[in-house]
Write a protein that binds this ligand. Structure first.
Ligand code: PNS
Length: 162
């Protein structure tokens, strides 16, 4: 089985993430989507909610496994025999940090990182920007799967009512 991992925070999953996961799913037998837990970041969605949204939106690809992980990404890879990390590159601004992480991960464990150029349609897209625009009432429905969009609108309304 040829395995790869698409890691991230996925708070929440966007069409940009789906583009990369779908393309990875065509190249590998199994694609693990790893929701990395960052204790220093308060998410809009819980890790369980993020996993449920990913499972729902990726079910159609047929070869996706979704899990959370607390700790180093290379340990997630080692425990599951995954030799490759797939990352989307949106713009040159992503490159510096992604290169550092790729070199660090390779040095720690020999795991390779493969960069996939993001579709130009999504080159500006990030979960943080989507949350910010949506929180001020901007329309982000074209940037998210419909089910994720409705959960996002609900969650923002709940938070604003508190
Ligand atoms: O969606 P994000 O927040 O841009 O994803 C970043 C992520 C989660 C992929 C990165 O922070 C990560 O790999 N975290 C796991 C902890 C780790 O292995 N850190 C060392 C990286 S060299």
């Amino acid at each position: 089985m040829r395995r790869a991992v698409c890691p991230g925070s996925f708070d929440p999953i966007t069409n940009g993430h789906l583009d990369i996961i779908e393309r990875a799913s065509k190249l590998y037998d199994v694609v693990h989507v790893a929701v990395l837990i960052n204790k220093n970041k308060q998410g809009l969605f819980t890790v369980e909610e993020r996993i449920a949204l990913i499972e729902e939106t990726c079910a159609r690809y047929g070869n996706i496994e979704v899990e959370s992980h607390h700790g180093l990404l290379v340990d997630f890879c080692k425990e599951r025999g995954i030799p490759a990390i797939i990352k989307g590159l949106r713009a040159v601004s992503d490159f510096d940090y992604e290169l550092q992480m790729a070199q660090m991960n390779h040095g720690l464990s020999g795991v390779e990182t493969l960069f996939v150029p993001t579709s130009p349609t999504y080159s500006f897209l990030s979960s943080s920007l989507v949350k910010e625009v949506a929180s001020y009432g901007g329309d982000v429905s074209h940037l998210l799967p419909a089910t994720v969009h409705s959960r996002l609108v609900e969650r923002i309304a709940e938070r604003q009512a508190q």
